[in-house]
Write a protein that binds this ligand. Sequence first.
Ligand SMILES: *Cc1c(COP(=O)(O)O)cnc(C)c1O
Length: 361
Amino acid sequence: MNTTPENTTVPLRAAVAALPAYVPGARVAPGSGAWKLSSNENPYPPLESVREVIAGAAAEVNRYPDMYATDLVGAIAEHVGLAPANVVVGTGSVSVLGHVLQSVVEPGDEVVYAWRSFEAYPIYAAIAGATSVTVPVTADGRHDLTAMAAAVTPRTKVVLVCTPNNPTGPAVRSGELAALLAAVPREVLVVIDEAYLEFVRDPEVPDAVTLLREHPNVVVLRTFSKAYGLAGLRVGYALAPTALATGIRSASTPFGVSGIAQQAALASLAPTAQAELMERVDRLVAERTRVVDALREQGWDLPETQANFVWFGLGDATTDRARQATEAGILVRPFAGDGIRVSIGESEANDAFLKLAATWR
Ligand SMILES: *Cc1c(COP(=O)(O)O)cnc(C)c1O
């Protein structure tokens, strides 16, 4: 029989002992037929061309992958219009964020971010030894960048901007971001997390790479997990000035991104695959418009979403509503006492959700 060693004589770091657990979106039991709208995943299966590359790459897993993901880094640099020296890949942009923070944060430094925002932020800030300073989002779920700039103190090392914001949906506009960058000292790093960039249709929302070219204190985070549909392979990246990118790379897990993930991401950037993937994104954006219009028709007052999810600020009703969703075979992402985030899925899933949402009114 297995034993379960439980106690330890070694204390955890206080910051780690106090960490909130990352709550993943609920899992679908095999054969349950439930719709999974809880993790902002791409509902479409991988492209055939990408699957073939994945299968081929399996033949080489006895070897370590290319540590610096040279081909993928080159393709990303080409894709965004920067140099390979400005690109650092990692096992999802969440872990790249961890490496960014570990590269710049000294113990006790402050990291400023909006709240509610991405739940990985408090976790990675704490692991890096930083103190979190949170600035409430506005009633319509937007970053309050004026208040965030005002929250910067001499101890602030990083400001995180999540645009579009997970889980509320709005994106930050050019003017607001320009004002933030003008207001913060140049020694403060501004990390712009663009995990949902490809879903943005608001012309006032900037592509942060233009800001990175103009400001030496900007880092941009992007991922293959959402629009590119490779969440299960764990690959994301940071774009940063060369000197900063070098530091982030040094802090990264060696050989972190598998050869399979590198090749799948590379294949996804090939022109034909890219076109097919962006057409799928267009389809999801059209579904988003359909879902939001139908919800407004039901009488919901929702924050504007530029991402592949919608936010319901349900407050105390959150846990009950989430349970009803599970019973209806729809997995959503509740944040107890605050609200529910529902991903845009394939149209049948969205139809099922709209039916449920009508009963919530
Ligand atoms: C999903 C998400 C990411 C990316 O996660 P990966 O680690 O790349 O899968 C990053 N930031 C935000 C805000 C997200 O919602």
